[in-house]
Design a protein around this ligand. Structure first.
Ligand SMILES: [Zn+2]
Length: 390
């Protein structure tokens, strides 16, 4: 792992996609654009996303997830055994249809374009999930690159729908074994290809930890149409994650847990602090937890000191969904509080979440995202000065 400055600035993953790329994605779905032409569009979007991050002072960059329709469903293109299904299609197969339908009705986003990968046959990795993305991004930057992947708990729990999946896998434990093998292979390939930071996205952990049974969680909970024992589920998640990362000590591994930023209305964002998750985080062999602290949960910052000393925090200090800018002083003082509690060498700075987890559903503009990233870089500069010469 490369030496980093104190308070490295990074992103959670996605950045707004240019209109030309969104149009090309639509054409690609209709089979009206050649793969070469599509690749040209993606390359220019990735180059722009990386240039933007470099200009804003981001230390660990991503490709902005420009090639993905969203942070998760792209795996169906690269793994046999997964079928993309619309929520309407899924409604006919889920165990608790009335819950599912109430959930759909309560969402304030159009669900028509959303498709989730569902296991319909044994999984087989046809292509690497992200090595191609990493290599493409590497052509445009010499900086360390972060690659985000859907986490093993998300893949296991939201892709397993009894009516469709149990022929291949009797239960989620059985599916989990193949998901772990798939992600271990991916880590190995990404490490060999020079990736320096792999982040697993596990938004469902927030649902499991925070949601009341009657509360509608984020989109992905829809497929988890069953009431669960939160502690049992969290123990299952810890086990899956540890089996994936075991032995990959030379890679910086991260786990991103947030409460869903794909929609603007606050009413369906789950509330609750991370405190309930911290004992589970402490048992994970994960290097960095990428968490949202831009709002509400500031009071739990010091609780992060309960994490083992070899674990880092990717501190979310900006709300990616808002137009107003967080003052640099606020970011500095919040980060300083955490750095005093856990040590300055354990803190990265990032927004709470991606800027466009779902293509076509940006939560900010490109210039808004850039302005927010500049706030992070300015804050990091001040923090570096103050911790170098306290
Ligand atoms: Zn997020």
């Amino acid at each position: 792992m490369r030496q980093m400055p104190l308070f490295p600035v990074t992103v959670v993953g996605s950045l707004p996609r240019p209109q030309s790329l969104l149009e090309a994605m639509t054409l690609a779905r209709q089979g009206r654009i050649s793969p070469e032409e599509m690749e040209t569009q993606i390359e220019s979007a990735v180059e722009a996303a990386i240039r933007l991050q470099e200009e804003c002072g981001v230390d660990v960059v991503s490709d902005g997830e420009q090639a993905r329709p969203d942070f998760y469903s792209f795996v169906a293109d690269r793994v046999d055994g997964l079928r993309l299904m619309s929520l309407e299609d899924l409604a006919g197969h889920v165990e608790d249809r009335s819950f599912f339908e109430r959930f759909l009705a309560d969402l304030d986003v159009p669900t028509a374009g959303v498709r989730l990968p569902v296991v319909v046959a044994p999984l087989r990795r046809r292509n690497s999930l992200a090595v191609g993305e990493l290599r493409r991004a590497r052509r445009f930057t010499g900086k360390p690159i972060k690659v985000a992947l859907p986490g093993p708990y998300l893949l296991t729990c939201s892709a397993w729908v009894q009516a469709l999946s149990s022929v291949s896998y009797p239960d989620q434990e059985a599916l989990g074994r193949d998901v772990v093998a798939l992600l271990r292979q991916e880590l190995e390939d990404l490490g060999e290809a020079g990736c320096e930071f792999v982040q697993f996205d596990e938004p469902m952990l927030a649902d499991v930890a925070f949601a009341e049974p009657e509360e509608c969680g984020n989109l992905l909970r829809a497929a988890l149409s069953r009431r669960v024992d939160p502690d049992g589920e969290l123990a299952f998640a810890v086990d899956l994650i540890n089996r994936v990362v075991e032995g990959f000590d030379s890679l910086r591994t991260g786990l991103h847990v947030c409460r869903g930023h794909c929609v603007e209305k606050d009413k369906i964002h789950l509330r609750g602090s991370y405190d309930r998750l911290l004992p589970h985080f402490a048992r994970m062999k994960i290097r960095q937890f990428v968490l949202e602290y831009a709002s509400e949960k500031e009071d739990t910052l010091e609780a992060l000191a309960t994490l083992p000393a070899n674990q880092e925090i990717g501190l979310g200090v900006l709300n990616p969904r808002t137009a107003e800018m967080e003052p640099v002083e606020t970011v500095v003082s919040k980060t300083r509080r955490l750095a005093r509690a856990v040590g300055p060498g354990r803190v990265f700075l990032n927004p709470d979440c991606g800027f466009e987890a779902f293509a076509n559903r940006p939560v900010n503009t490109t210039s808004g995202a850039a302005a927010k990233l500049r706030v992070l870089a300015l804050a990091a500069e001040r923090l570096r000065r103050s911790f170098a010469d306290p």
